[in-house]
Write a protein that binds this ligand. Structure first.
Ligand SMILES: [Zn+2]
Ligand SMILES: [Zn+2]
Length: 131
């Protein structure tokens, strides 16, 4: 079991599955949503994710039709995204985890959209767009 929480602590959650792959997304929307070079996420099963507190503080922004980015309305922490076309999955923002994880598999996506000032210095697979 993994747990996590937002910056202010109002929202906390539990995840009843392991994370086997981390996805670093460098697309323009993820850069804006995080305010930094890339978004670090993991594809998780929606039914393995349980909100423990703070449901009333969750806000959602649709960055594209059918794509919802959920975040804490108090502190602004991005928590996960959900897609209407893929209701069984969430994309968890793994920087909010309490539990240390370090899966072997990590990939970069939308590298073609990365910020000009960002230098990628690892050997993980890199995809120009999605994968
Ligand atoms: Zn918060
Ligand atoms: Zn992205």
């Amino acid at each position: 079991m993994l747990t996590g929480h937002c910056l202010c602590g109002r929202i906390s959650y539990r995840l009843d599955q392991d994370i086997e792959r981390i996805i670093f997304c460098h697309c323009e929307k993820c850069r804006r949503a995080t305010g930094t070079a890339f978004n670090s996420a993991a594809l998780i099963d929606a039914d393995k994710f349980t909100l423990l507190s703070g449901k009333e503080s969750i806000k959602s922004f649709s960055s594209s039709p059918g794509v919802h980015r959920l975040f804490c309305g108090e502190c602004g922490s991005p928590l996960y995204s959900a897609r209407d076309a893929q209701p069984q999955s969430y994309r968890l923002r793994i920087g909010t985890l309490d539990t240390p994880i370090n899966p072997e598999e990590k990939i970069h996506i939308f590298v073609a959209s990365k910020a000009a000032w960002e230098t990628l210095c690892d050997d993980y697979p890199k995809h120009d767009a999605s994968f």
